[in-house]
Design a protein around this ligand. Structure first.
Ligand SMILES: [Fe+2]
Length: 243
């Protein structure tokens, strides 16, 4: 179970209060504060965006966020909740549901919706207003070590995002002590292959079509250069990996 992702914008204390004081976890990261003594079973939920819906403009419009987050992401979460209701998977995190449904033909729908729920929450945390640029510190050292240079990494990441045929995701992951760029199709997720995601870009058409139509290249370049949240990547790296 991947325990690397603590949603940056998901103020868990606030969320717990809104949830009625019940400790809940999306299973996307460690939750300990306030719940250490008697942690109840985690439940899946539609988490709030870690930014205002117009924060990513002009690179991702408020309208796109409205549909992408408010319709597509929400639909994945709602469907997951519906599918696990009354089953032994009820009360599990997205990560656990995804893990248990993976590879089961009769649970394909559940896998897709749980994985897309996880992927989207991770994506919203992978972007921020004023992001992009060259990271510094440990992650920069690892990028240089793994790819030769930031420029090589940029080229490889953008190529993965552009060449993912159809719907999917481009990821920066760490596997062992090396950073890698991988791409996954549809709802697939690198954690199922033992890789730890640090950042992702959603390359489903619903992520960019309203703003960029068929110009996926313009979208991924804009996200990479202006929105990538390197602080989030560094947090994921620090939690999981000793360099
Ligand atoms: Fe998406």
């Amino acid at each position: 179970m991947n325990e690397t992702f603590v949603p940056r914008g998901m103020n868990r204390r606030d969320f717990l209060v809104r949830a009625g004081g019940v400790c809940v976890s999306l299973g996307l990261g460690a939750l300990t504060n306030g719940c250490a003594q008697s942690p109840p079973p985690p439940v899946v939920a539609f988490s709030p965006l870690p930014f205002k819906d117009d924060a990513l403009e002009p690179h991702i419009s408020r309208q796109t966020i409205g549909f992408h987050y408010g319709k597509h992401h929400k639909a994945y979460v709602d469907k997951t909740i519906e599918l696990v209701k009354g089953t032994k998977l009820a009360g599990l995190s997205f990560q656990e549901i995804m893990k248990q449904a993976a590879g089961s033909p009769e649970k394909t729908d559940l896998f897709n919706n749980a994985a897309q729920s996880w992927n989207h929450e991770f994506f919203w945390n992978s972007v921020q207003k004023g992001g992009g640029g060259k990271p510094e510190g440990e992650i920069r050292t690892l990028l240089d070590k793994s790819f030769g240079s930031y420029e090589n990494f940029r080229k490889e990441f953008l190529n993965a995002a552009l060449t993912q045929f159809g719907s999917g995701w481009a990821w920066l992951v760490i596997e062992g002590d090396s950073l890698k760029v991988v791409k996954t199709a549809n709802a697939d997720n690198p954690t199922l292959k033992g890789q730890t995601p640090l950042l992702t870009i959603d390359v489903w058409e619903h992520a960019y079509y309203l703003d960029y139509q068929n110009r996926r290249g313009d979208y991924v370049n804009a996200v990479f250069d202006h929105l990538l949240n390197w602080k989030f990547a560094a947090e994921n790296l620090t939690r999981k990996v000793k360099v």
